[in-house]
Ligand binder design. Structure first.
Ligand code: BGC
Length: 746
């Protein structure tokens, strides 16, 4: 490739006129670009270095960078990644190159930047889009201080496969919850105007079907039909697209034989064509090059041709486009129009981010270490992620008065000094970094408030914090304490990318500890740190109370203390079904009816397992509070609705306990007769309702018949005439139905 290098001030840059429409600016810029310039805009490198890459930058040969972080300070390396001097690299591109096109700096900011919040699966347990949006807003503000202009989040792969390590990064198993939370994350990252210096571009990933990797093995093949893709797996992407997400990432997997990086039908056809989305598709790491490993391309050259035809616009770190696209266009094998389209989409992101107006990241005085305000968001997010899945009355511990004498945040009366003595023991007692969870490039273990530190602070000498190593001494401590809080579960290195497991049981040895402690017969609370649904059978049998807390982030300890002591009512709900055992995977709300209907009491005779029943250990949506809530039967404003009409569904919930609580009132839909088999139940809406003791509230859902739409045999969405069942309840297994009829008026 040849091209002019260095600045030529006589070249006018009319595209810098911010008053012009973006598409005009792109046209003006494209008109000045050589083929080599264009191809370079489709090329992303890892770990850009302002010195080593100066020549390439000044030649306009680098469009985007992955991982670099730090606007101005330093120039050190942290784990091989350049920290600092993003602006120095940018200066070469903007002031030293012929066209001055800025570099787009991307980095994985997944659940917080410096102020790390719960892993996405924990955020999903909040069922709270407004809170999740706040989390992303904080992350964007912090990441942009480091020069990050683009994050590779949210991940919206529907997850019904707990062996797959990446369920930790997901927003759970259902399309509407994942979709709404994905949209909230997109709004939080991008704001109303992504060119705001404190916002960045989001990236919905991984398009598509990655959550169905065979056997839960990361990167494995996916065999799924288009109907299931449309009815489930594409829907959260559509929510992200409708929320204005600027970019999407292609998935590593194939879909029914066609690798996603070569999937012209889904990327160019459905996403860019049918949905009319004008954003940019980035490859996943060397995803273009991996088409060779997947056996659909003989070499990188062919891989580049397949991927550009499919609609992959930016080649992440594989170099296939840079090496071969120019020649492929010159030989006529790839149409120039395809490259032009990819470049237009890359440039559109850069214009929308305002990089041409504001290429440099440095914001004098801006800092991004956790502050009381950002910690407050992280604390609320961590509290909302705590899912109380069992309580025989041992919780709350009802510990001390607030240190400052203030009212507890949710208004509950705190009983003084009734907790007695508490032993805190187990795997994560004094951990820092381990509680941040997977995919935290910028979080620091030192910023984490550990469970030990938080409980010592709250309970003083009424808590004994053991060192986490189990021994006879631990058993003595259990005997002496009134209540034992045992921390169990997975280290984050057992969840996340390329961290799949064959067994979703507790890590080795933990069950023995649990049995030994439970054998003493003292009140026992099990707290489970995890990146995935685990087989909690023995934990639920042996402990008096069980709280699933995922990996909660920097406020881990404070969140746990506030929940255990009852300052805050637990209100998280499970965003994924917990199967009975590994052998029961997949178990999810996606179960569709078969010819032999499933009934838990007779399922041995109906084609299921001969050695076990098939109901979930913990159903989707499950979660308790310290109070109890009764549900009335739901009623509807009309039992018949037009396909384009709507109605109101009402249900009355009553707090029948003695404490305030936050109830997640859930609404599910089922379609008994459709053109294709439909899920037995699907979450379609929910409300978070705060209830004082004894309080009753009528909760009204506006239900549009569009919520009953599904992709039929021709894959287009339709609303059929006929019966639809709406059900309400506290989780997917405790529902009360109301039936209605969709009826076309004509
Ligand atoms: C992952 C992506 C991630 C990318 C860049 C890949 O291995 O699949 O989710 O964004 O690396 O870090």
């Amino acid at each position: 490739m040849t091209s002019p290098t260095g600045p030529t001030p006589e070249v006018e840059r009319p595209w810098l006129d911010a008053a012009l429409p973006t598409e005009t600016r792109i046209d003006l810029l494209l008109a000045e670009m050589t083929l080599a310039d264009k191809v370079a805009q489709t090329h992303q490198v890892a770990n850009i270095d302002p010195e080593a890459d100066a020549e390439q930058l000044r030649a306009g040969r680098i469009s985007s960078s992955l991982y670099a972080s730090g606007a101005t300070a330093g120039n050190e390396r942290d784990a091989g990644v350049l920290v600092g001097n993003i602006d120095a690299a940018q200066r070469h591109a903007v002031e030293g190159s012929r066209l001055g096109i800025p570099v787009l700096f991307g980095r994985d900011v997944i659940h917080g930047h410096r102020t790390v919040c719960p892993i996405p699966l924990g955020l999903a347990a909040s069922f709270d889009p407004a809170l999740v949006e706040e989390v992303a807003t904080v992350a964007a503000r912090e990441a942009t201080v480091d020069g990050v202009a683009w994050t590779f989040a949210p991940m919206v792969d529907l997850s019904e496969e707990p062996r797959w390590g990446r369920v930790a990064e997901s927003l759970g198993e259902t399309p509407v919850l994942s979709g709404r939370l994905a949209a909230a994350l997109v709004r939080g990252f991008q704001g109303d105007d992504p060119s705001d210096p404190e916002r960045l571009a989001a990236c919905a990933k991984h398009f598509a079907g990655y959550g169905l990797a065979a056997g839960g093995r990361d990167y494995d093949t996916v065999s799924v039909g288009e109907n299931t893709l449309r009815n489930l797996h594409l829907r959260p992407f559509k929510h992200a697209v409708d929320a204005g997400v600027l970019t999407l990432m292609a998935a590593f997997n194939d879909v029914d034989g066609t690798p996603m990086h070569a999937h012209e039908h889904l990327i160019r056809g459905v996403l860019k064509g049918e949905w009319g989305w004008d954003g940019m598709v980035v490859a996943d790491w060397n995803g273009v090059g991996q088409l060779v490993n997947q056996g659909v391309a003989t070499d990188l050259r062919e891989a580049a041709a397949l991927a550009i035809r499919a609609g992959v616009d930016l080649d992440m770190c594989g170099g296939a486009y840079l090496a071969h696209l120019e020649e492929l266009v010159e030989s006529g094998e790839v149409e120039l129009a395809l490259v032009d389209d990819a470049v237009r989409r890359v440039l559109r992101v850069k214009f929308r981010l305002g990089l041409f107006e504001r290429p440099y990241a440095a914001r004098p005085g801006a800092a991004n270490a956790p502050t009381p305000a950002t910690r407050a968001v992280a604390l609320r997010a961590a509290q909302a992620a705590h899912v109380l899945v069992k309580n025989d009355g041992v919780l709350p511990l009802d510990g001390s008065q607030p240190a400052d004498g203030s009212e507890p945040p949710d208004g509950n009366e705190r009983a003084a000094g009734t907790a007695g003595s508490v032993l805190l023991s187990g795997a994560f007692v004094d951990e820092g970094e381990a509680l941040l969870g997977t995919w935290t490039l910028d979080g620091r273990g030192d910023d984490v408030v550990s469970p030990g530190a938080a409980l010592r602070e709250r309970l003083g000498d009424r808590v004994t914090v053991s060192d986490g190593r189990f021994s006879d001494v631990t058993l003595q401590q259990v005997r002496r304490a009134d209540t034992t809080v045992l921390l169990l579960g997975e280290h984050p290195s057992r969840s996340g990318e390329a961290q799949s497991v064959t067994d979703i049981g507790l890590p080795h040895g933990q069950l023995d500890v649990l049995r030994a402690v439970a054998g003493l017969g003292k009140p026992l609370v099990a707290v489970v740190y995890t990146g995935r649904p685990l087989d909690l059978g023995a934990v639920l049998d042996l402990a008096d109370a069980v709280v699933v807390v995922w990996h909660p982030g920097v406020e881990a300890g404070n969140a746990l203390a506030s929940i255990l002591l009852g300052d805050v009512e637990p209100h998280g709900r499970l965003p994924m079904t917990f199967p009975l055992t590994t052998g029961h995977i997949p178990t999810s709300t996606h179960q569709r009816p078969t010819g032999r209907l499933i009934r838990a009491d007779v399922d041995r005779r109906e084609g299921r397992y001969i050695d076990a029943l098939t109901y979930p250990r913990l159903p989707f949506g499950h979660g308790l509070s310290y109070s109890t809530v009764d549900y009335s039967a739901p009623t509807v404003s009309s039992t018949s609705v037009a396909p384009d009409g709507s109605l109101t569904l009402s249900v009355t919930v009553t707090n029948t306990g003695a404490r305030r609580c936050r109830e997640t009132v859930q609404l599910y839909v089922s379609d008994p007769v459709a053109e294709v088999t439909r899920p037995l139940v699907e979450l379609t809406d929910w409300r978070l309702v705060d209830l004082a003791p004894g309080e009753s509230r009528e909760v009204a859902f506006d239900v549009s018949a569009e919520q009953f739409a599904y992709a039929g045999r021709d894959h287009t969405f339709r609303v059929d005439d006929g019966e639809v069942v709406l059900s309400t309840g506290p989780d997917s297994a405790r529902l009360q139905p109301v039936s209605l009829t969709v009826r076309s008026t004509s």
